[in-house]
Each structure stands twice: as C-alpha cells, then as structure tokens.
Design a protein around this ligand. Structure first.
Ligand code: CA
Length: 632
C-alpha cells in the first residue's frame, strides 16, 4: 500500500492532530524549545550550527523525543536566539536534513532555520505602529513587486536600497532631484490608493540570495512560509535583518497612510523536495490514484488544505504574519486549490485579532488545473463564492475580460477595445455582480499583459509599445473610468496608471528586472494618465455606493437607457447627496446622450477632470471611447 494512502485518512488526522501553538523554535530569556510535528518519523535529530551557510556542518546533534501526537521535541535552559538549526528526519526509510517548516527566521536561501527572539527584530516605534481602516470601506489596492518598485535608477532611491524592502522607507525621492516629480512612496501618497499589495516576500526559492542583484523572479515558489525573502534585504547572512527591514517597510507605509497586503502562496511549494515532504512525507500534498503528486497549480504539485495539520498550518501562519508584521491583508494565490472551510477559518481567525475585521482577505477564485480535491470538499472558487465568508473577496475575471477581452488570447477584445456589444455585461460589473464585498474589480495584474500592452496588441497592427499611442491612452482612460466607477474593491497593477509596458511580454515572471521594473520617467511622460487615475480615485472616494461593502440597494444605481445600445449610463449619489451622471461610450465616435432632469456640470470630459463653469440641460455630447462624469 502506498504510504500517502495511509496518512490521507480522517483516522490519521484524528489520532495525530496537535493543537499546540508552540511548534517551531520558541525562545525566552533563559529557555529554548524545539517542536516539530512528524508522526510518521522513526527518528528526528536536532542539528545546531554556528552559522546559516549551507555547507556548515553541525556543531551539535541532539536526539529528540516524541509525544503521542507525533511531536518531536527538545528543550534546553539556554537562550539560543540567533542559533541556526535543521532537523534530520527519518521517515519511510529515508533520511533528510530539512529546514523547520515552522521556522520564523532562516539563513541564506532558507536552507538553515534560525532561532529568533522576535522582540529583538522590532524597529524603533514598531510597537506603536498602527493602521486603522474602516472594514466596511472598499479598498483601492495597488499591486507592486518589491524589486519593480525601486530598481530603476531614476526612482531616486539610494542605490543600496534599490530593489529592497528599505526603498519603501525613503521619503522625498524624485526624478533628477526635481521635487515636482515624486517617485515611490511619495508618489503613492499623491495617487491616493488605500493599500499596497506586495508580490511574494515570504522566502521563495528561485533567486540565489547569495548571487547578484540582476536576478529577477515574481516569487511564486515558496520555500519557507513564515520566513521572509532574503534577496530584498540589505544583508542575507543575518536572519534578523530581513525581518527588521520588512517591518520598517510596513511601518513606513503605515506612516504614509497606506495598508500593506501580503501575497501568499500556500497552494503549492517550489518543488516536492520540500521541507513539508521531508518532515511528513506525502501528508501535505494531494496525490493522484497512482500515488503521484497531483498538480492543480501547474507548478508540479498542489497542497492539501483540507488535512487538519495543514489547515492549522495555514491558519497559524496567516495569523502569525498578520500579528508579527502588522499586515493589513492577504491575497491568496490560486485560492481555488484551497477548500472553502479553510478559507472561512482563516477569515474567522483574523477577525478574532484586535481590529482583525479590517484585515483584507481575497484571492484568485480558480486553479491552474483541476484540483484533486477529495469528495465532499469544496474548492474556494467562483462556483462556491456563496459558501465563502462575505468578507472574502475574489478577483472578478468576468469584469476584467468583459472590459478588455480574454487574458489568454492577445488579439481578443472587450467592451472598450472592439466589442461594444458586450455592453449587456457592464451593468453587472458596475453593480459588483451583486456581491460587492466579495468582488475585486480590475483590468490588470502582474499576470498576463499590462493593460497598455493588451490594448496595443488587440487594437493595433504595428504593435509599437514605445511611442505614445493616443487612441490607446484614451482606451486606457475608459478602462480605468469603468473600474473606478464599479462597486467592489478596486485593484490595479503598479504602473497601469502610466501606460506601463513590458513590450508585449505577458508572463514576465523571470524576465530581467529592466523589463519588469517601474520606469519612473514614464510616469511623467504619461502624467496626464496618472492625473486621470488620481482624479478618478478622488472621485470614487466621494461616492458612498462605490466605497461601501454593503449590499447595493436597487435605487443606489439608476441605469438610464440611451438610444445607442452600446452606451452605459447611470446616476449615483455623492456624499453630499448630489447626483452624479456617469456615461461609458465604447464607440469610436462622439455620441449625444440624454441627460436626466436638471442642470449638469462636467466633472470629467473623458480625457481629464475639468472645472467648467457652464452647465448643461437636456443633452450632452460624450467623446469617443470615453467615460464622462457630470454632477448636479
Ligand atoms: Ca529565498
């Protein structure tokens, strides 16, 4: 019988489930304990090292003892803060030296775990650090990669911090010493977003942390879930530096008025030669009938969130990260590989923290391939949205694709860029598909083409990504105009607001940093577009129905029929009870629209937010490919 068949049973989970919160290395002033759950192991040794380098041999080998739940443990009356360690686990007749899956710190490349007294990693003032956000208010989320953010020389960030956590702590950065051209955090403050979503910063495996800084990867290849990526730290040799610097980053963003969201990838590990596999073989992964690893992630494996000790692992990990790093949200990669119950437990566990309800939880409601979920377990995907907690949101690929076409077919278009007949979908997107607290309205993310590239690819023959294309900029404005006047959370990829291009490369996960980085000069070449986003964000914040997570009342958004069937027009109320009339025109020509009763002044004419003195009654002509906003 295959071993994975033995430990994939309820009986196994019942017999060996361990409820303690002390797994990993716990250190106090005069005591250090090591505990690892490994019920199938026949022996576990603790190996202690003098440093975190891969080649360093143990200075001490200690045999651990086991409890009835299969927890191997060792305790010593000593403060081992800063000591590196591994476990040598013998199970199924194989012996592996493995990192601790519960480790909170590690050495270079996450090979050796490190005992850490976390109180020694807090930057000054971290205990007072706080970010308060009304949990019933929809966030406006900016998705960025740590290296992308500041790798560009023109970011103005000090060169030793370029591409690092600490770039987020620099204020007053600008292009060519020009204070009127702020970059990085100062730029974000001006933009008006509420949360920064950061691509993976847990310890991932695709970058050699001891290698040079030109390496690049998105980081969807987890190694140590509770440790941080070392290549973003200024020093990888000391396991505490990355912790302290990430905390400084969070603290700085909070000071700048923004929440911080962590992208987490519990759905698969970098490889199946993982610390999970070496600690409890096959327990953490779903398998096929023939015993091979199931591969719903399309990254060689998929984890098994429904098993009690992995469910506990994910919940504990998320709660730990939220508390220790003061995080304000989590984005779950391929959430459709997790089960509904686990996601709801995570939500509940976060709610139980002080101000925990404001911690955002959202994810991709799909998997890369069909998950190998056991019977009776429901995937946290789009089809099971109704089973998910109302405060777990999903990326709406329906909104995304209706607006600009499929992400998989580069020439395919949507409502804005060639298929105005998709107009019938748009009101649903505007209404957040009726569950605004669970919907993320967006048109671009790190995956697939940038919005600008997608619009170039789907509407032009020449496919010139470099010279400014006015028609495409106008379509970009319309896309943004729709997204920012939809219910739900709003999310956009960093640089979408300055026509970010990756030269038509969609899957740039390991492309050079020069292709991936935010080109800060471009932000000022396309400043009209940036200002358009800025104004849209400011406008959005004045419209309660867009900013609220409450269920929409029918009268909150009044759609008006226009003669042209492709036009979408509707009225909403702003915070001062003034009426706002919003019109999307996907046509390549101006169109006359019927205004609702009353006098209307223009807020946005489709290319910019304007201050006009004269008002309109009866009819108004909206520009081609535009979002137009008028106010009473
Ligand atoms: Ca790493």
């Amino acid at each position: 019988m295959n071993f994975n068949v033995i430990n994939d049973t309820k009986e196994f989970d019942l017999q060996y489930h361990y409820d303690g919160t002390d797994l990993g290395a716990c250190v106090t002033k005069c005591y250090t304990s090591f505990k690892v759950w490994a019920p199938t192991a026949s022996n576990v040794n603790l190996l202690l090292y003098s440093d975190g380098m891969e080649q360093t041999l143990p200075k001490q080998i200690i045999q651990m003892t086991v409890t009835k739940e299969g927890v191997w443990e060792y305790g010593v009356e000593d403060n081992l803060d800063g000591t590196y360690y591994n476990y040598e686990v013998t199970a199924l007749g194989e012996t592996h030296i493995t990192g601790d899956i519960y480790a909170k710190a590690c050495g270079p490349n996450g090979i050796k775990s490190m005992v850490v007294d976390l109180t020694t990693t807090n930057p000054e003032g971290f205990n007072q650090d706080t970010f308060v956000y009304d949990f019933m208010m929809q966030p406006i989320i900016y998705e960025v990669h740590i290296k992308d953010f500041s790798y560009d020389q023109s970011s103005g960030v000090e060169s030793k911090y370029q591409g690092k956590y600490l770039a987020f702590t620099e204020l007053g950065t600008c292009i060519d010493l020009d204070r009127n051209k702020p970059t990085c955090v100062d730029y974000l403050k001006k933009l008006g977003i509420t949360h920064v979503h950061i691509l993976p910063m847990y310890d991932f495996g695709s970058i050699d942390e001891l290698g040079d800084h030109t390496q690049f990867n998105w980081g969807y290849d987890p190694v140590n879930y509770n440790c941080l990526e070392g290549s973003y730290a200024t020093d990888v040799l000391d396991g505490k530096v990355r912790i302290r610097e990430m905390k400084k980053m969070v603290q700085a963003l909070h000071k700048a008025g923004m929440g911080v969201i962590m992208d987490v990838v519990y759905n698969h590990t970098y490889t199946t030669d993982s610390y999970f596999q070496w600690t409890v073989p096959f327990y953490y992964y779903r398998t096929n009938e023939d015993g091979s690893f199931a591969n719903g992630s399309d990254c060689s494996n998929e984890t098994a969130s429904e098993r009690s000790m992995f469910r506990k692992y994910i919940i504990d990990s998320v709660v730990y990260l939220a508390k220790e790093y003061h995080l304000d949200g989590f984005r779950f990669d391929l959430m459709g590989l997790h089960d509904v119950e686990t996601m709801n437990f995570i939500r509940k566990a976060l709610n139980d923290l002080p101000n925990g309800e404001q911690i955002l939880v959202y994810g991709e409601p799909w998997s890369a391939r069909t998950p190998a979920m056991p019977e009776g377990i429901y995937p946290a995907d789009k089809a099971h949205l109704f089973m998910l907690d109302k405060n777990i949101a999903i990326f709406s690929d329906d909104t995304r694709d209706a607006i600009k076409g499929s992400v998989f077919l580069e020439a395919d278009s949507g409502y804005v860029n060639g298929k105005p007949e998709l107009a019938s979908m748009i009101p649903h997107a505007v209404r957040g598909w009726e569950t605004p607290s669970q919907i993320i309205s967006y048109v671009s993310a790190h995956d697939n083409f940038t919005l600008y590239d997608k619009l170039i690819l789907s509407t032009t023959q020449k496919q010139d990504f470099i010279s400014r294309n006015e028609a495409v900029i106008q379509m970009n404005k319309l896309c943004a105009g729709i997204i920012f006047t939809c219910c739900g959370s709003v999310f956009f990829q960093a640089g979408e607001e300055f026509a970010r291009t990756k030269r038509g490369i969609g899957d740039s996960f390991s492309s050079p940093p020069e292709l991936n980085m935010l080109d800060w000069k471009r932000a000022y070449e396309y400043i009209d577009l940036v200002e358009f986003y800025e104004a849209l964000i400011a406008f959005r914040k004045t419209i309660p129905v867009f900013m609220s997570k409450e269920k929409i009342k029918d009268e909150s958004i009044l759609f008006l029929e226009q003669k042209d069937p492709y036009l979408i027009s509707f009225v909403v109320q702003d915070e001062n009870k003034k009426q706002c009339f919003i019109v999307y025109n996907p046509n390549e020509r101006e169109v006359d629209v019927a205004l609702p009763d009353g006098e209307w002044s223009v807020v946005c004419d489709g290319t910019s937010f304007v201050k006009e003195n004269h008002s309109f009654t009866g009819r108004y002509s909206v520009m081609a490919k535009s979002v137009t906003i008028l106010r009473t």
